[in-house]
Design a binder for this molecule. Structure first.
Ligand code: 5AD
Ligand code: SF4
Length: 434
């Protein structure tokens, strides 16, 4: 099993993996040994699609070598390219979109997986994630963080976005179910709980419970050392949420609030439903009530009709150090969305120039943020051995900053490690165990 894309996909993969395991499947790191290969895919930008099709080309070789093996493609690209996939990758045996996972067990049953119970000696281990097939050194730490869906789908229909088409309308999950899952995860060792939704602020349960109310309710659950959530929408994100966060003893001090653009003309074309003034007002209240938190954002440059003046507004807000971190994307047309046919489209070279300029401005702000930790002792939740340097461990602070520190018998077996920071980089921090 291999997963591309967002945390939502990772959460879905966890669910599918657990179902497969409960029917008697075990996971192998090498696709050459697999009876069933599952690719959980992403369609958010063209690049994500290209990588999936590249991987499908490689998996064909494994299928050719083992003609009885099966290949299942799920996720957003399975939904979006349902027809195209048949001609582009006819060796795929089955497609399940994000709303079809109820059919997963039936499919496995059809493929001869039918014991309906895990093998007696099997331990449930998570299969590897994106870019990392077969990399298992983080598996031993995966249980420390749990992803818990609170909503599914999205009805915002931002004009560039494919998600409402692939994931369907908004559903809010019952609070009892959310609480039960959090309790299960804590029992299984989770220290950090990440509440997930395309727009968590649109959480709205029949009982009248909204997102702020849900946060307050989750306060009662013991053992959650860090509570965090993804993603917020600036239209629905309000003071009540900030106030609720200020009351939570265990909220991780970070908040992701996608701005997308600082030009009102572009925001309107994107159908984002807020102005930049409203956005910055909400940020000001957030900064006032939650000092010391990290604010991160998503930005799209080169949106259709984006002028140099529009772009400079975005550059200015980023250059002012508004964000501790930003994920900046060149606009990628998604067939079937309104923006794909808007004119004029921005030439690719110009998109790249704008991307690099905003990235450079953000890198300065990010480095300043990281440098502010030098000399401090920070609590780090372990992720596992550093992928770049096996003599070190890596983990994340409550702000979600990556920290590397020496690997030894002591640090390898601890969930949390206190690290004294001595170096700051663009990508994060390094230090010694305090
Ligand atoms: N092109 C570029 N970026 C996009 N995003 C969503 N759709 C597109 C697209 N068509 C970005 C948005 C969103 C993030 C998850 O991906 O910034 O917040
Ligand atoms: Fe896409 Fe907008 Fe929904 Fe986010 S809120 S998933 S960007 S449509």
């Amino acid at each position: 099993m291999q997963t591309f894309g967002c945390q939502m996909n990772v959460a879905d993969s966890n669910g599918l993996a657990h179902q497969a395991w409960s029917m008697g499947c075990t996971f192998v790191a090498d696709p050459a040994l697999a009876d069933i290969m599952i690719l959980n895919t992403c369609a958010i930008r063209e690049k994500a699609e290209t990588r999936v099709y590249g991987r499908l080309g490689q998996l064909k070789l494994f299928k050719d070598a083992r003609p009885d093996s099966k290949l299942l493609v799920c996720g957003c690209l399975a939904e979006k390219d349902r027809e195209i996939m048949r001609s582009k990758a006819p060796w795929v045996d089955a497609l399940l979109g994000p709303r079809d996972y109820r059919q997963f067990k039936r499919l496995l049953d059809r493929w001869g997986v039918a014991t309906d119970s895990p093998p007696a000696d099997a331990i449930f281990t998570m299969p590897s994630a994106e870019d990392d097939p077969g990399h298992d050194s983080h598996q031993a730490y995966a249980h420390l963080r749990a992803l818990v869906n609170i909503t599914r789908g999205c009805e915002k229909f931002c004009t560039y976005c494919i998600v409402p088409y692939t994931r369907g309308p908004l559903e809010s999950i019952d609070p009892e179910e959310i609480e039960a899952q959090i309790r299960r995860e804590v029992k299984a060792g989770a220290k950090e709980i990440m509440l997930l939704g395309q727009n968590v602020n649109s959480y709205s349960h029949d009982s009248g419970l909204d997102f702020a109310g849900l946060l307050v309710r989750l306060k009662a659950i013991e053992g959650v050392e860090r509570l965090t959530f993804l993603t917020s929408h600036p239209k629905d994100f309000d003071r009540a949420v900030v106030d609720a966060l200020a009351e939570l003893p265990n909220a991780a001090p970070r908040m992701h609030l996608p701005m997308q653009s600082a030009s009102n003309a572009v925001l309107e074309k994107m159908a984002r439903l807020y102005t930049i003034e409203e956005y910055l007002d909400k940020v000001a209240y957030f900064r006032e009530r939650l000092p010391g938190w990290a604010l991160t954002t998503d930005i799209i440059v080169g949106y259709p009709t984006e002028t140099e003046a529009d772009f400079e507004k975005t550059l200015e807000v980023v250059g002012a150090g508004t964000f501790e971190q930003a994920f900046i994307f060149a606009y990628s047309p998604r067939a079937g969305t309104p923006a794909a046919t808007m004119t004029p489209q921005v030439p690719q070279a110009e998109k790249i120039r704008r991307l690099q300029a905003v990235n450079a401005a953000q890198n300065d702000a990010t480095r300043r943020f990281h440098e502010s930790f030098i000399g401090d002792t920070v609590r780090v939740l372990t992720q596992g051995p550093s992928k770049k340097d096996a003599t070190r461990m890596a983990g994340k602070t409550g702000h979600n900053v990556t920290v590397v520190y020496p690997r030894d018998a002591r640090t390898e077996h601890r969930a949390f490690v206190d690290v004294e920071i001595d170096q700051a980089y663009n990508w994060g921090l390094s230090g010694i165990v305090a």
